[in-house]
Design a binder for this molecule. Structure first.
Ligand code: PMP
Length: 423
């Protein structure tokens, strides 16, 4: 209960502040007043939480897109606590029934003929597994990724991530990665044609169907289909990194369905664990996974697919389907997007563009300072929004898909109030 959560005091927070990376505290000053960081004391079962001062926030940062079924969703919490009474982690050599059930559910709900799953603990690990899977399948070593992409920061996934600042200290990364502008099919084609073996060396194209950290960048009309065709032409795999777009966020269970394009490999994480457990998955076609069957121990992880994570993921999918939250994301998202656009009328000197799909919305400003000021002013009004790792001029709105219209209106009104106050 809320009362039981009172063990975190302001003093606790101040004590542990000393041990927080000073760079992070400095960063907080750019997005919150006085560098406050809303230490969460208690979150409700929807879209809100309270900080140690008892101040309530509407969480539009949403753990960077993990709370699709709400904070502490009752059914997910129950599934995990029930599972905890039976078994927590597992001894890997036994076939865990929950893992098999979850794999079957994923085969059923993912588009096309995606059939097998490997379970991970994070988005980064899902991407890492996808890249290794593509290499094993194809015996090729060139990967085509996109500019402004974000796929994680482990050495393999970072090779796919575009942002120079994150890459530079760790160069050289895995050789063979080429980055082309997201949305530019001609450059993508040229990259295939000018690769060492004229496309025959391309293991896979990896991309986010809608770029998240890049600033909520939607693909141009027909782009993803054209990429699919190019991959087919050169027998290269298509990897969709749906770590952020998956699990109902963009108005369908998977963003692949929004654009009607089936990838060969689908990466999931974030909201996959229902905002309760860290959990991820890489789902692939049979032909892709076959290369793994010869040696199932080629890629393994101790905690991936543990019973608690599987229980959380199964319950999460249940809630998403039962409450038809993907459709709700489409509906509420459209209303939210329009409301924000209307609020920004007359402020074109500050706001460059507001765009999105479902409840994945980006507000791009002409200058990043304006974005920071808006974030701060919203924070003061009890609304938490997210910056983006790759595009600092854009703030992101990724609340629970259960967010009420009343809460959405509160955010829209606050945005309207705040815009005239920032320079
Ligand atoms: N891929 C995408 C598209 C992401 O947005 C992120 C996280 N922002 C990742 C991969 C990495 O996921 P994680 O932080 O869970 O490792």
């Amino acid at each position: 209960t809320e009362d039981e959560a009172k063990w975190i005091t302001k003093e606790t927070v101040n004590n542990f502040r000393e041990h927080v990376n000073p760079g992070f505290l400095e960063y907080r000053k750019t997005v919150t007043k006085d560098g406050q960081f809303a230490a969460v004391e208690w979150s409700d079962e929807g879209s809100c939480f309270k900080d140690v001062n008892g101040k309530k926030y509407i969480d539009c940062l949403g753990g960077f897109g993990i709370y699709n079924v709400g904070h502490r969703n009752k059914k997910v919490v129950k599934a995990v606590t029930d599972q905890l009474k039976r078994q927590a982690l597992h001894s890997q050599d036994l076939l865990d029934p929950l893992r098999a059930i979850l794999a079957k559910i994923l085969a059923d709900i993912t588009p096309g003929d995606l059939k097998y799953s490997f379970f991970t603990n994070s988005g980064t690990e899902s991407v890492e597994a996808a890249l290794k899977l593509a290499k094993m399948y194809s015996d090729r070593s060139t990967f085509i990724s996109t500019t402004r992409s974000f796929h994680g920061k482990s050495l393999g996934s970072l090779s796919g991530t575009a942002k120079g600042m994150f890459r530079k200290p760790f160069l050289p990364l895995i050789p063979g990665f080429r980055h082309v502008p997201f949305g530019d099919i001609d450059m993508m084609r040229k990259t295939f044609e000018t690769s060492a073996l004229v496309g025959e060396d391309v293991a896979a194209v990896i991309l986010e169907p809608i770029q998240g950290e890049g600033g909520i960048i939607l693909p141009p009309e027909g782009y993803l289909k054209q990429v699919r065709d190019l991959c087919d032409q050169y027998d290269a795999l298509l990897i969709f990194d749906e770590v952020q777009t998956g699990m109902g966020r963009t108005g369908k269970m998977f963003c692949a369905e929004v654009y009607n394009v089936v990838p060969d490999i689908l990466c999931l994480a974030k909201a996959f664990g229902g905002g309760v457990m860290p959990a991820g998955a890489v789902v692939g076609k049979e032909k892709v996974f076959k290369s793994w069957f010869d040696n199932p121990f080629m890629h393994t992880t101790t905690f991936g697919g543990n019973p608690l994570a599987c229980a959380a993921a199964i319950a999460t999918i249940d809630v998403l389907l039962e409450e038809d939250l993907p459709s709700r994301a489409a509906e509420v998202g459209e209303y939210f997007l329009q409301g924000l656009k209307d609020a920004a009328v007359g402020h074109e000197d500050k706001v460059m563009e507001i765009r999105g799909k479902g409840l994945m919305i980006g507000i791009e400003f002409h200058k990043d300072e304006v974005g920071y000021e808006v974030s701060k002013a919203l924070f003061d009004r009890g609304i938490l929004v997210a910056g983006t790792l790759v595009n600092s001029k854009t703030i992101r709105i990724e609340p629970s898909l259960t967010i009420s219209y009343e809460e959405v209106n509160t955010v829209i009104n606050a945005f309207k109030e705040v815009l005239p106050t920032v320079k």
